[in-house]
Design a protein around this ligand. Structure first.
Ligand code: GLY
Length: 393
């Protein structure tokens, strides 16, 4: 009995010490992140376009309607939430306000990323009517891309597909749930549920991994299943698996439907069991790339996975929560140090290095990406909340 007690006390002490180390690591990473975000402002302020990435010599600048336009303002909001430093609130407001014409767009399905990561975070922080109106407008625009007969929101308006739907589109549903909860209009929620259900039916394989692109015929039957950004039609594109995990976890939060929770857990188990993911938890850009280990990692996929797992922890048994949190913490610790965390003043002022946008297209390989930074800070926030860590000084 005495021995058992000693072992328990030793276990608690080790876990406290390890949490202190993690805390110090995250604290340091946040101080780097703060410097990078402020330096980024000096470039972004005078650039008409979105700073999406950096190739070591120059920025990849996208039109301001790019799907990633909400991430820099969103990252500033997340940093403000974490640290309480008012100057980040002012910056976040400035860059969010620049997106005022985005909610009216109807030629993109990425409105959730663009508007809910910017105005959505502003709404969370300020509870202001400008944000709420922007989100409701964007929800209406996104709903216009829903086809009743097919039962899904259309993703892309380009390419050889009849009606392409990509797994990433799960991420846009959060804004629809919010819009219904806020406005009382049930249409947005119904669209989100139909989209999530049909995606669950057709996007996933037996092992819970997902295709990237599923296209539909006009009668709602499947036209094709394949990939655009993954290694091959049958491979498991790392970020796609992360989008799915995050998407179904979030759908459970908004509906309480057990089928979404069960599905998210199946995806989580697939990821946790993945042998091609290295010890540091940062996957190669596609789990099935034949070039592993001589190919690029994707820190963005890791950050999204960590953030999703840290939410999923809240809905499962203590035993599973411990496993999911351990996995997420390992990712966060890896991302919060070399070789992933940038040195202040380097990396085009992005926070993280070593993400991959679309290796299959020869694009954005082993670079920083603005959305990797966003989901990293979101995951840090979720970890901090779970562990009662306060970064406000
Ligand atoms: N939503 C686009 C991507 O994940 O690359």
């Amino acid at each position: 009995m005495k021995k058992l007690l000693l072992l328990c006390v030793a276990g608690i002490l080790i876990s406290c010490a390890s949490n202190q180390n993690t805390c110090a690591l995250l604290d340091h990473a946040l101080s780097v992140a703060g410097k990078q975000l402020l330096s980024m402002d000096s470039v972004a302020d005078t650039t008409s376009g979105v700073l999406r990435s950096w190739d070591g010599e120059g920025y990849k600048i996208m039109p301001h309607t790019d799907w990633t336009c909400g991430f820099y303002p969103g990252t500033l909001w997340l940093y403000y939430q974490l640290t309480g430093q008012e100057k980040f609130c002012a910056l976040a407001k400035k860059y969010t306000a620049r997106l005022s014409d985005i909610p009216a767009l109807t030629d993109t399905h990425d409105l959730g990323f663009m508007v809910f990561c910017s105005y959505g975070k502003q709404q969370e922080c300020l509870r202001d009517s400008v944000s709420a109106a922007a989100i409701l407008k964007a929800a209406e625009s996104l709903a216009s891309r829903f086809n009743e007969k097919i039962g899904l929101i259309r993703s892309w308006d380009f390419g050889p597909w009849n009606y392409p739907v990509i797994i990433d589109n799960m991420m846009n549903l959060e804004m629809l749930f919010w819009a219904s909860e806020q406005s009382g209009v049930s249409k947005y929620r119904q669209i989100a549920i139909q989209h999530a259900d049909k995606t669950m039916l057709n996007h996933f394989r037996e092992d819970a991994s997902s295709y990237h692109v599923v296209s539909y015929n006009d009668d709602g039957t499947v036209e094709s299943k394949g990939t655009f950004q993954g290694y091959s039609d049958d491979s498991r594109w790392a970020r796609g698996q992360a989008w799915g995990l995050y998407g179904y976890t979030m759908c459970f939060r908004h509906t309480g439907f057990e089928r979404y929770l069960a599905h998210a857990r199946r995806i989580a188990e697939l990821i946790l069991a993945q042998e091609s993911i290295p010890e540091d938890g940062i996957p190669y850009w596609d789990y099935d790339s034949p070039d592993i280990p001589d190919t690029a990692r994707d820190a963005s996929a890791a950050a999204i996975t960590a953030s999703a797992l840290l939410e999923l922890c809240e809905y499962v048994s203590d035993e599973d929560a411990t496993r999911y949190e351990r996995y997420a913490k390992n990712i966060l610790c890896s991302l919060s140090a070399e070789p992933y965390l940038a040195m202040p003043g380097s990396n085009g002022y992005f926070i993280l290095k070593h993400s991959t946008g679309a290796a299959s297209l020869g694009s954005e390989i082993d670079v920083p990406l603005n959305y990797a930074d966003y989901y990293y800070l979101e995951a840090v926030g979720r970890f901090a909340r779970r562990n009662n860590i306060n970064f406000k000084k």
